[in-house]
Design a protein around this ligand. Sequence first.
Ligand code: SF4
Length: 317
Amino acid sequence: MPFRNPESRIKVGVSSCLLGEKVRWDGNHKRNRTVKNQLGRIFEWVPTCPEVEICMGVPRQAVRLMGNLKSPRLVATASATDWTARMTRYARKRSRELAKRGVCGYIFKARSPSCGVVRIPVTAQNGKTTAQGRGLFADAFMRRHSMVPVEDEDRLQDARVRENFITRVFAYHRLSQLFNGRMSRKTLAQFHQAHKCLLMAHSRKHEAALAKLIERAHRGSPAQWKTRYAEPFMQALTFKTTVKKNAAVLNYMLGVLKKSLSEAETQNVIQAIESYRNGSVSFIKPVTRIKRHVRKHKVDYLANQAYLNCSAQGQFR
Ligand code: SF4
């Protein structure tokens, strides 16, 4: 079961204003170059402006979150028009549609009372404002799709966050393909085996726990394996990779390859891993050498590793 990059681009939801659409309350956009130009080369966008979709118009009155933190209301600042019911209904409907369209990630506009993911101000009745809320649309989407990778445009300015997001979106896409196909204990075990190195690079603890789960998979039904496996799998990938973790995985791969390599070839890979570990070369160098040997010696176990085949690997390291 080879895990390669998909033929067509993976669909990712995005706040429309980040792509340059003039849908903001003031008739403007918030084009984000990192999102539109850099990530736009990798993903196919599925844009949504929830405020336009519920007919708030452009331009429109600005809105804010009011009431209690757990269930705030979306209220127009000047007229006090309450948009909560319409936004909640629309958010549920759109979240279902996005799942049907196969969206495997979402990039939200930061600091928006509709789209913001974190630290959105909520003003209580006594006038006190707490910046711990979440936009109503983003909240509905994230509750319905708790495993779908989500980020906001601010966090994505950090290259490591960006790389991690891309990795998780690709992984979620592969997981969805597995679950949408004819899943059996065998295909789940193959999936896990192909993701062993990727999981090790993020969290060895999760990799070991998931491997145990696969061993015990004969006890449950496919539906049970699905829920037990998917959540910790996606959670594992939220742990950041480090140079130390990557070097350990590269050494593990070298261990698998070793019996096929000559002494000179082995030393050549060791040297590349060490140079990566001490920061004198990028991640691409040892990976390219390992990939070359994997192809040359036809080592299927490594050739199928998502770690070597995921487009995010090495883009920013
Ligand atoms: S933040 Fe969300 S609601 Fe506001 S303009 Fe952008 S897409 Fe529309």
